[in-house]
Design a protein around this ligand. Structure first.
Ligand code: NAD
Ligand code: MG
Length: 384
């Protein structure tokens, strides 16, 4: 039986990994819509290769280029924020939410509202919308599958078990490219150094988040919403080899872990085939060749991001959305060479300390908090 799929953020790292897997099982899939921010040529090429019905650029100024690139293909082209949401609302059997940042929130919510299956890579959307998104999942009877490797691991380790028996959940963190750097070295870290991750090949924003440990902070909040075991039961351990993707400890002392190669196609395949399994071309794990797996506690003096994220989750309400928005602005400023690496966490802490809006109850509230927090973060940036 073929299933229809829409990929939001099709030209990115997660999007292209997903298309790689789909392309190996063409008979099983019909591609409804593929979207990108701009990247009209890449998007048109992917849409032609996978016979998509619709291609959408979120940035409307890129639509003429997309139309030209799709000329004669019969593939529909559209552009702009409303077209992106409409594409997500076409009700594909599976929507892969792989846009980076809170920009993916509105289309992801539109997909959830169709009551089908949404595979979520776009962690910033869940961090920002939190309860608003989880309430929509429940209200519309949607199935939310976690693509993020840690959350996918936890999801697999929870299968068949009663969450009431969970004692703790441990998210593993690679520690990023700077895990052994001194505070002085961190202060001088460059964007080129930050985007070179030792284990994973990812988009620029998540690579910087991995280097600051904000990625793990966002993932802590993501796990808090996906797996309701309480914040106190969520832990983080640094595991430089990225072989164990996360673990669940039960009340009897059993800990279940999921292991796999550092290749996002493994958790993506788990979502594509769920609740069944599919083949992937990933290099299998060779534990004897790896020799050893090591673990250590996170250092929140050098990497305060996980502490800030835990505090935002404890504060609840709009705090995680503020944290996420400030981090997005800070990361963009760092990548543009306008903000030192260690100032990313400082700036996020400042925005969180100065801005405490009421808890959002609607999608529009979340978007307003996000916009205001960005505005405040940019105002602080001008003073740096
Ligand atoms: P990426 O930068 O490689 O790709 C992002 C995609 O989103 C692109 O298709 C881009 O065109 C689109 N996009 C960017 N800005 C947009 C906007 N304003 N409006 C609409 N579309 C926009 O990012 P990625 O590494 O693939 O990450 C995507 C998401 O998945 C992120 O939330 C990230 O945290 C999460 N994630 C990624 C990985 C990974 O290995 N790359 C692993 C786990 C989770
Ligand atoms: Mg992850």
């Amino acid at each position: 039986m073929t299933r229809s799929i829409t990929i939001l953020g099709a030209t990115g790292s997660v999007g292209t990994s997903t298309l790689d897997l789909i392309g190996r099982e063409r008979g099983n899939w019909r591609v409804e819509a593929l979207t990108a921010n701009c990247q009209a040529q890449d998007l048109a090429r992917l849409a032609r290769e996978h016979s998509a019905k619709l291609a959408v650029v979120a940035d409307e100024s890129c639509l003429p280029e997309l139309r030209d690139a799709l000329a004669g293909s019969g593939i529909e082209a559209a552009g702009g924020a409303a077209a992106l949401v409409e594409a997500a609302a076409r009700g594909a059997d599976l929507t892969l939410a792989a846009i980076v940042g809170c920009a993916g929130l509105a289309p992801t919510m539109a997909a959830i509202e169709q009551g089908k299956t949404v595979a979520l890579a776009n962690k910033e959307a869940l961090v920002s919308a939190g309860d608003v998104m989880m309430a929509a999942v429940a209200r519309h009877g949607a199935t939310l599958l976690p693509v993020d490797s840690e959350h996918n691991a936890i999801f697999q380790c929870l299968a068949g078990n009663d969450p009431a028996h969970v004692r703790s959940i441990t998210l593993t963190a690679s520690g990023g490219p700077f895990r052994d750097w001194s505070a002085d070295q961190l202060a001088a870290a460059t964007p080129a150094q930050a985007v070179k991750h030792p284990n994973w090949d990812m988009g620029a924003k998540i690579s910087v988040d991995s280097a600051t440990m904000f990625n793990k902070g966002l993932e802590l909040i993501e796990a808090y919403h996906l797996f309701p075991v309480g914040l106190g039961a969520l832990r983080i351990v640094v595991h430089p080899q990225s072989v164990i993707h996360s673990m669940v400890e039960y009340r009897d002392g059993s800990t279940l872990a999921q292991l796999g190669p550092s290749d996002m196609r493994v958790p993506i395949a788990s979502c594509l085939a769920w609740p069944a399994r599919m083949d992937t071309p990933c290099t299998p794990l060779d534990l004897a060749a790896l020799g050893e797996l090591t673990f250590r506690a996170p250092d929140e003096d050098r990497f305060p991001a996980t502490r800030l994220a835990r505090e935002a989750a404890e504060a609840g309400g709009a705090a995680p959305a503020v944290l996420n928005a400030a981090n997005e602005v800070a990361v963009a400023a760092f990548l543009a060479g306008h903000l030192p690496f260690t100032q990313i966490a400082v700036m996020v802490g400042e925005v969180l300390a100065r801005y405490g809006p009421a808890a959002p109850t609607l999608l529009g509230d979340v978007i307003a908090v996000d916009a205001e927090a960005r505005h405040r973060a940019r105002a602080i940036l001008e003073l740096v």
